[in-house]
Design a protein around this ligand. Structure first.
Ligand code: PBE
Length: 296
């Protein structure tokens, strides 16, 4: 005959067993579907509102019907800080990201698939100049025209900066170590003595690197360079109205398409300075989702 305490023990064991099964189920479903949203509070960590990436991400929210989701505005620095914080605790996080960026070297990340192709195809980073720069500062113009490097080059500078080096010093170091490339960029450009030049850039990690590098090259050529940090809209306006001389931060043909169209004819497109970029939603590789469609 079963004693009363045996019943109690059996009941207790059953309860524990069921509870274990139950929590198993929740942790499984948490990784998928809607619960991804719950796990990140339905937030996509964005960057500065003027970025083309934000416009594209807003379109993603619309086209994939992510009604419950919020695209959080901020800055590149706030985005990478949020990513780092989550990553260190192995917590879920979804950010708007792009390549080239040091975050892919520092963390194990993946782009979410974009089956609808909202983020567009790979594009290039262009150099743009104000109308008249060719006549006013022909030697700087020549350098801008000839400036071209690779995502790996840019990666070296970005890594030094994220590892604590001052952007100016990181750029100077790269310039000193890449004399052959610099010789090509400056081929045919004469030295000047203190001519002023203003280069506009947005505080995106990739553009902090490129603008400091081109700034260093022009400084070495004798220019008095001012790097003007500004939002994306005013950067384009500045080149179009001539208050800025140039920028090496124009993402074309899609990311800055609106700005490009708005100011067409009021600036000069000097072509690509870097090929092979990408935009998208980025998550840590440990997250169990692969596609933007998994966010619904
Ligand atoms: N970005 C980096 C910019 C261009 C450079 C992708 C954040 C943008 O979205 O406008």
């Amino acid at each position: 005959m079963m004693k009363k305490w045996m019943f109690i023990l059996l009941a207790a064991l059953l309860t524990i067993g069921l509870a274990a099964c139950g929590s198993d189920k929740t942790s499984n479903s948490k990784e998928k579907g809607n619960s991804v949203g719950e796990s990140v509070d339905y937030k996509i960590i964005g960057i500065d509102p003027g970025a083309g990436l934000m416009k594209a991400s807003a379109k993603v929210v619309e086209e994939y019907d992510l009604k419950d989701w919020t695209l959080v505005e901020g800055s590149s620095a706030a985005m990478t800080a949020a990513l780092k914080k989550a990553y260190e605790k192995k917590k879920p996080v979804i950010v708007t990201g792009w390549t080239p960026h040091w975050m892919f070297a520092k963390f194990d990340l993946k782009y979410l698939e974009d089956p609808k192709g909202v983020y567009g195809k790979d594009e290039n980073i262009h150099t743009i100049a104000r109308n008249g720069l060719k006549d006013d500062l022909p030697d700087a113009y020549k350098v801008f025209e000839q400036f071209v490097w690779t995502p790996d080059d840019m990666g070296v500078v970005m890594n030094s900066i994220v590892n604590g080096e001052d952007p100016k010093e990181a750029a100077a170091k790269w310039v000193n170590e890449n004399a052959e490339k610099i010789a090509k960029w400056t081929d045919g450009a004469k030295k000047v003595s203190g001519d002023k030049i203003k280069i506009g850039y947005v505080a995106w990690d990739s553009e902090i690197a490129s603008s400091n590098v081109i700034g260093k090259v022009l400084t070495d050529l004798g220019y008095k360079v001012t790097l003007v940090q500004i939002e994306a809209g005013p950067m384009w306006t500045g080149v179009a109205d001539g208050s800025l001389d140039a920028s090496v931060a124009a993402w074309l043909p899609s990311t800055h398409e609106d700005y490009y169209k708005k100011y067409k004819g009021k600036f000069e497109d000097l072509g690509a300075n870097l090929e092979g970029t990408k935009l998208g939603l980025v998550v840590p590789a440990y997250m169990d989702i692969d596609s933007i469609e998994d966010l619904k």
